[in-house]
Design a protein around this ligand. Structure first.
Ligand code: NAD
Ligand code: HSO
Ligand code: ZN
Length: 431
């Protein structure tokens, strides 16, 4: 048992380390080669990479619009309804974030505005290496649609000779995706950043993905003109805080729900109750045997510490130090301690708030910073699809007053022409 109070600071830090990342310089070199190949060979490079990495022999890169339009017919009513409920809740939550122009008169006659402009062309990556993720289409596409983006490019890999998942098509239809590319990994990130014959160049690239995708996003943000990215959203993580009253069956289910994402996922349990930790471990073993992705979850569990703390206050400190992508709080006083947490991507409060709710349908976003980036990056939100700019309008008398600040400052900086642009006007207006 890892007893937090018995560990040195260095041991505590090591216990909370994320799974070892690949050698970053080797990864960078590999991804750079993929980017350069796409810059040189465009669509052909994407088709080649589809074959090489996803065993996808298809010559078709772009999904025809009629396939998107006809997708509802391919889905059960139950799945269609599920997608629509999620779409509506995500829309409701993010619609409330729609920005409005702010107009402030900073002093009489000096009017300053903060305006918002939707980013015109956005690229959305939806991971598909081991599972198709229609929910990730909704989590990004709904926001792109709400923002009013004119071009919404969606890219996702398709494995082997499989057809593209109809739930992805339907989610894309609801979100008004304008180009859907069947290709994944670093190649398609480069295609969206630089453009190819079939893939429109975008202004900003969004979305989670594996290490190739994440590295490619970082590289194209430096190399492609006018291209920004959202955040580093890598392997899924969850930290669960559970007290003696928590239900170990729920806790185990929540930990497994993220462990099944990938071998490099990390799930952390922090509790003040040794019995709860032991019962959760037994429950994990029992539930694991029923999972189709048991082998993946088992590997992820090897990266995953279970920690005994002396109090829930200490558990809060552990969480704040770790900075989890997802935090689940299953303590008797959960609602009362929400304010004590920081460095969290998305928080799930109380025994009946599983992370799966936020992953799919409650309305909050599941594209979240991982690897401790929750210290500085935010959960994906509508503002990520906008840029701001300012507008100012100054009256004659407003300028006369503001001159009391502009002229001495321009003089202090030795910038005469700046001062002249004001004083010439004041002389002209005889002020
Ligand atoms: N943080 C979040 O918000 C969030 C949300 C959903 C998923 N995720 C994470 O996203 C990740 C998805 O990863 P994934 O692999 O399933 O799908 P993915 O779509 O990110 O990656 C698949 C692509 O990787 C490329 N690739 C595979 N092997 C390669 C190789 N040897 N060399 C070069 N390129 C190669 C291929 O192009 C392939 O199409 C998981 O780690 C999951 O936990 C995170
Ligand atoms: N938990 C993932 C983000 O870390 C998102 C997801 C998609 N589908 C299910 N879960
Ligand atoms: Zn998930």
């Amino acid at each position: 048992m890892n007893v937090w109070s018995q560990l040195s600071a260095a041991q505590q830090k090591a216990l909370l380390a994320r799974p070892a990342q690949q050698d970053q310089s080797a990864l960078q070199a590999r991804v750079q080669t993929i980017i350069d190949t796409v810059k040189e060979n465009g669509d052909k490079a994407l088709l080649d990479f589809n074959q090489q990495f996803d065993n996808n022999q298809s010559e078709q890169l772009i999904v025809p619009q009629n396939e998107i339009d006809n997708s509802p017919a391919l889905l059960s009513t139950e799945l269609k309804t599920a997608i629509e409920i999620a779409f509506n809740n995500i829309t409701k939550f993010h619609q409330a974030q729609l920005p409005v122009t702010k107009t402030i008169e900073t002093q009489p006659g000096v009017c300053c505005e903060l305006r918002y402009q939707p980013i015109q062309a956005v690229g959305i990556y939806v991971p598909g290496g081991t599972a198709p993720l229609p929910s990730s289409v909704l989590m990004q596409g709904t926001l792109a649609k709400l923002s009013g983006a004119k071009t919404i490019v969606l890219a996702t890999p398709v494995k082997g000779d499989m057809a593209i998942n109809p739930a992805i098509l339907y989610a894309a239809k609801l979100c008004g995706v304008t180009t859907l590319i069947k290709s994944g990994g670093a190649g398609v990130i480069a295609a969206m950043a630089f453009g190819t014959d079939s893939v429109p160049k975008v202004n900003k690239i969004f979305g989670p993905g594996n290490s190739y995708v994440t590295m490619a996003k970082q590289l194209v943000a430096q190399q492609a003109t006018g291209v920004a990215i959202d955040m580093p959203a890598g392997p899924s993580e969850v930290l669960v805080i559970a007290d003696e009253g928590a239900n170990p069956t729920f806790v185990a289910a929540d930990l497994l729900s993220q462990a099944e994402h990938g071998e490099d996922s990390q799930v952390v349990l922090v509790s003040n109750c040794e019995t709860l930790i032991n019962e959760t471990k037994r429950e994990i073993d029992a539930q694991l045997s029923t999972l189709s992705r048991k082998a993946i979850a088992q590997k992820a569990l090897l990266n995953s510490p279970f920690i005994l703390v002396d109090s829930i206050e200490s558990a809060i400190k552990v969480s704040n130090q770790y900075g989890p992508e997802h935090l689940i709080v299953q303590t008797r006083n959960a609602a009362d301690i929400v304010d004590k947490f920081y460095n969290v991507g998305s928080m799930f409060v109380g025994d009946y708030t599983p992370e799966s709710a936020g992953d799919y349908a409650s309305g909050t976003n599941h594209v979240l910073p991982t690897y401790g980036y929750s210290q500085v990056y935010s959960a994906l939100n509508l503002m990520d699809f906008f840029r701001t700019y300012t507008v100012q309008t100054i009256s004659q008398s407003g300028l006369a007053q503001l001159a009391n600040s502009i002229l001495p400052l321009a003089e202090a900086e030795g910038l005469d022409a700046h001062a002249n642009a004001v004083s010439i006007r004041l002389q002209e207006a005889k002020l």
